[in-house]
Design a binder for this molecule. Structure first.
Ligand code: ZN
Ligand code: ZN
Length: 417
């Protein structure tokens, strides 16, 4: 069996599906039509499908004799962005988000490529049934961008109902490399993330009588500045970390010292030790900055950890990474397989790995998503191709889909043959 030929034969049809998905994006928790399309496509491959699992999640099970279980995951949601690519299949969709606001919708994170890869991989494995044995779970996951989709599917009993996988695989498009190439690395490839709400309390009063008040705006300013020293002065320069205060709200008028300021903080890390270190330092800085301003014990800052927003780092199993590298080298050519660098964005794919209490060997590889023309511009002028989450981001469909499907299907075949 020649997998490259098999993918080539399906490519036009897969590109058609991709363009339809691209033109019809759906926001997180609203992936009704996308999930139906995936479910219908999987069923057309003789795969038994469960719909609306943990929201709009789709689970397809393809069983083919005794062997290990491999899960392939594709996320489905799009972003509240007005598309500016100028493509003839660009999205013109307007939707109401979960806060009741009207917004443009765009597949600016390439999840349309991920869905197409899921469908293409299912087709390849269905057609090559004589070449493998085992079980494959095809998971269409909703709500990745807001971090709730994987958690909802796991809570619903994904693995209890359909079996624990021996391996979990996923891909994400990346504009840093030209379409036709992949990048992967063992160990952490995407950061973990946690979110905090910090309520700073003071004593409010007239803006012209500050000495009778305890000003939480000044406290907020001190804390924002001090937090920057966690990454720059406490972590090793070789340890990745980010602390960002993304939201700060307090006060109503220039001449009123408020009694409260609320800040929201995200922090990123590559391992649980760094997570614990950053969290401890944030709490310490909040407490002692407040004490240094003479804020009484009973009004010390309240630091609240948002459990639902916590995601561990996406960490690639080294053995599984090697298998993916081998599959891609054989099918695409060794020169198309590159070493990835860790990125500080986060993914809820990381939750599947630890869902069963024991660690499931998992791997996410990056699929190049920039056209040769844009890559040439970058090399000539240093103009970066539009990044994911940018209104002008678009992958060239043929080479991106061909590469992702070939690598994904080839890796599953290696695991199950
Ligand atoms: Zn995204
Ligand atoms: Zn994404």
């Amino acid at each position: 069996m020649d997998l490259n030929k098999l993918v080539q034969a399906e490519l036009d049809d897969l590109v058609g599906i991709y363009k339809h998905l691209h033109a019809n994006p759906e926001l997180s928790h609203q992936e009704e039509k996308s999930s139906k399309l995936i479910a219908d496509q999987l069923e057309a491959c003789g795969i038994s499908v469960t719909r609306n699992f943990g929201g709009y999640g789709v689970v397809g099970v393809l069983e083919n004799g005794d062997g290990p279980t491999v899960m392939v995951r594709g996320d489905m949601d799009a972003l509240p962005i007005i598309e500016e690519t100028g493509l003839d299949y660009a999205s013109a969709v307007i939707a109401i988000d979960n806060y009741g606001n009207e917004t443009g919708v765009m597949h600016a994170c390439g999840h349309d490529i991920h869905m197409t890869t899921l469908i293409g991989t299912a087709r390849m494995l269905f057609k090559s049934k004589n070449n493998w044995q085992g079980k494959i779970l095809f998971v269409g996951q909703p709500a990745e961008e807001v971090g709730g989709g994987a958690r909802a599917m796991i809570k619903q009993g994904l693995f209890e109902q359909f079996g624990y996988p021996d391996y979990c695989l996923a891909t994400h498009v990346i504009p840093q490399i030209e379409a036709g190439n992949i990048m992967v690395k063992p160990g952490p490839i995407m950061a973990g993330t946690s979110q905090l709400k910090i309520t700073l309390r003071g004593v409010g009063g007239h803006g012209a009588i500050p000495h009778e008040c305890k000003d939480p705006v000044v406290l907020a300013a001190r804390i924002v500045t001090s937090l920057q020293a966690i990454v720059s002065r406490e972590l090793s320069p070789l340890t990745p970390g980010v602390v960002t205060v993304g939201s700060i709200h307090g006060g109503t008028r220039a001449n009123i010292i408020p009694s409260e300021v609320v800040m929201e903080v995200t922090f990123r890390f590559a391992d649980s030790e760094t997570h614990d270190h950053i969290l401890k330092s944030i709490k310490r800085i909040c407490k002692y900055e407040a004490l240094s301003m003479g804020i009484p014990e009973e009004l010390l800052p309240i630091v609240e950890f948002d459990d639902d927003s916590h995601l561990p780092a996406t960490t690639n199993d080294s053995g599984l990474t090697e298998i993916i590298r081998k599959a891609a080298s054989e099918l695409l050519g060794e020169d198309k397989v590159h070493d990835a660098e860790m990125v500080m964005v986060s993914e809820d794919f990381s939750l599947f790995r630890s869902a069963g209490g024991k660690e499931i060997p998992s791997c996410m590889f990056f699929t190049g998503a920039t056209s040769a023309k844009e890559m040439a511009l970058f090399h000539e002028n240093g103009i970066n191709p539009p990044s994911i989450h940018n209104s002008k981001f678009y992958p060239p469909p043929e080479p991106t889909i061909r590469t992702a499907v070939t690598t994904m299907a080839g890796s599953v075949l290696k695991l199950l043959s």
